[in-house]
Design a protein. Structure first.
Lengths: 111, 153
């Protein structure tokens, strides 16, 4: 079961077109802050602010090497969302497998 | 809190006839064996009233801090062919999903059953794993973002 606070942060982070465009760029590979800013019609401080929201949500991490800050997508928050329904479905599948066992025990296995 | 709509179908084949497979949904003694108390909880509760307008209740796990409650209502029952029900799922008394389930009992080779279990749900916390597999993570994130921003997905 995913932690709800983490999901809320991830949802909030993605509820903005600029941040989504940054996430989409990072889904193709790591990028510097200026590379992220390039296609966006906004100032660098505004980009850094959006980046802060993405980092606090855990969706993006960054690392500074020399003068360049490189950002990367961290898939974990989305995987938490994915796991939630996958677990629900797996639970139903386990039950339907148990149904097969109950049918075999009750009626015998047919050829 | 957001809502996500997801649909998936699980297919299973059983060697028993559709009438026998149907009985494992209709007969409380058989249904209890495969459906009730999946968590082996000491505080498990389970009730089945198998008729249109009736419902099923399955709960437990409070003692281990993982309380689950399943509460359904039967909408359509066609003997040995089809069962349609809707259900609420609560986790620690918080509603986490509302689903419509259609169970279809079709004939399979050699007199067995081909069972189709289709769930259409409103999930209040998550995403369908099938959707994640179909689209790349980027596309999913994009759709999620548009959805959350109230734009058409």
């Amino acid at each position: 079961m995913a932690a709800t606070a983490d999901l809320d942060d991830a949802f909030l982070a993605l509820a903005d077109p600029s941040r989504r465009s940054m996430v989409e760029r990072l889904s193709r590979g790591p990028a510097s802050v200026s590379e992220l800013a390039e296609p966006l019609a906004m100032s660098l401080p505004a980009v850094v602010q959006h980046l802060g929201v993405l980092q606090r949500s855990g969706l993006v991490s960054s690392e500074k090497v020399g003068r360049v800050r490189t950002c990367r997508l961290q898939p974990e928050p989305m995987q938490a969302v994915e796991r939630w329904i996958a677990a629900h479905r797996a639970d139903l599948e386990r039950r339907l497998d148990r149904l097969g066992d109950v049918l075999d025990e009750t009626y015998g296995r047919k050829q | 809190m957001s809502v996500t709509h997801a649909e998936f179908t699980i297919e299973r084949r059983y060697t028993q006839t559709p009438a026998q497979t149907f009985s494992a949904f209709a007969d409380p003694e058989l249904k209890r064996q495969w459906f009730a108390n999946a968590g082996n909880w000491e505080d498990a509760e389970w009730e089945l009233d198998f008729r249109v307008g009736g419902g099923e209740l399955s709960a437990g796990g409070a003692a281990v801090g993982n309380h689950k409650l399943f509460r359904s209502r039967f909408h359509d029952i066609v003997e040995s062919e089809r069962i349609v029900y809707s259900y609420d799922l609560f986790h620690d008394r918080r509603l986490i999903s509302v689903s419509l389930t259609t169970v279809e009992f079709g004939p399979a080779e050699s007199g067995g059953t081909r069972l189709l279990f289709t769930e259409q749900g409103a999930f209040f916390d998550g995403f369908d794993a099938a959707e994640v597999r179909e689209h790349g993570t980027g596309k999913l994130l994009d759709r999620l973002g548009r959805f959350l921003a109230g734009e058409p997905v």
